[in-house]
Design a protein around this ligand. Structure first.
Ligand SMILES: O=C(O)CCC(=O)C(=O)O
Ligand SMILES: [Fe+2]
Length: 258
């Protein structure tokens, strides 16, 4: 275990998101946390996972306890508090997603169960213990799709979207995704296995006030983007619906929804 000193940078409250970042999460459906997790820890986790005889499913945290250090990292905690409130909890469901050399792309899907609300109740926190270049089978996401519901078998007939984004990241990155975002693993054309650890986190209490680094003066300007910003190309009618849903999400986070 690395020793954690009581410095401000070790305190999640020094790593809360800004209004700009929260509004971007609402519009895009994901937020990337680039941590300063030491390369030796990322490498040790990669090696321990490589040596597992089989995929332990939910047991991955017991099999590789070093993963606690990732999800306890102050910048990961700061982002989770910002989006889910102080009392957020790690779910018992987690999975190590193995993308081996020569894999085929996965079909587009949502992990969420399409509960009909437009709040942030569950996020997927995806940790990558190795650099992920465009060749190494990055996770693909389609920004803004967390507001769209589609049957998985229809979604699976799509191949590429104009606005899809490959999460090419440095080792130690944690991508925090809305539970309903459309995503898929892509083909690994590289020369080694790509791992991604997906942990779910849940909100446990209703927001009563902003849980991020909120500044009411500048937040108004940022919130203006909810009613105007286009995330990729979408029809007028989809954009119209999306704008209303974004505002609902923002009001809920501010603790203002009934
Ligand atoms: O491996 C990935 O990048 C994504 C995997 C995934 O989303 C899933 O299997 O649910
Ligand atoms: Fe998934």
């Amino acid at each position: 275990m690395t020793e954690v000193k009581n410095e401000p940078e070790n305190n999640p409250s020094s790593h809360l998101l800004t209004d700009q970042e929260v509004v971007t999460f609402i519009t895009h459906g994901y937020h990337i946390v680039e941590t300063d997790i030491p390369e030796a820890l990322n490498q040790a986790i990669y090696d321990e996972i490589s040596q597992l005889k089989s995929n332990p499913g939910d047991g991955i945290l017991d099999a590789v306890p070093k993963l606690y250090q990732i999800y306890d990292h102050p910048s990961v905690k700061g982002a989770l508090i910002s989006l889910l409130g102080e009392s957020y909890q790690m779910s018992g469901h987690r999975h190590c997603h193995i993308n081996p050399v020569g894999s085929r792309s996965q079909s587009w899907h949502q992990d969420g169960v399409n509960q009909r609300h437009h709040q942030i109740r569950t996020v997927l926190a995806m940790y990558y213990p190795q650099d992920v270049s465009s060749d190494l089978g990055p996770t693909m996401v389609v920004p803004g799709t967390h507001f769209r519901n589609a049957p998985t078998d229809q979604m699976a007939t799509y191949t590429n979207f104009r606005d899809q984004v490959a999460l090419t990241v440095k080792a130690g990155t944690v991508a925090i995704n809305h539970y309903d975002i459309w995503h898929a693993a892509s083909r690994n054309k590289g020369d080694r296995t790509r791992y991604m650890l997906k942990f779910l986190f849940n909100r446990t209490s209703e927001p009563t006030k902003p849980s991020w680094n909120h500044d009411p003066k500048t937040a108004e300007i940022e919130a203006g983007r909810l009613g105007s910003e286009r995330v990729g190309i979408c029809s007028q009618s989809d954009h119209y619906k999306e704008r209303g849903l974004r505002r609902q999400m923002w009001q809920h986070l501010l603790g203002r929804s009934s």
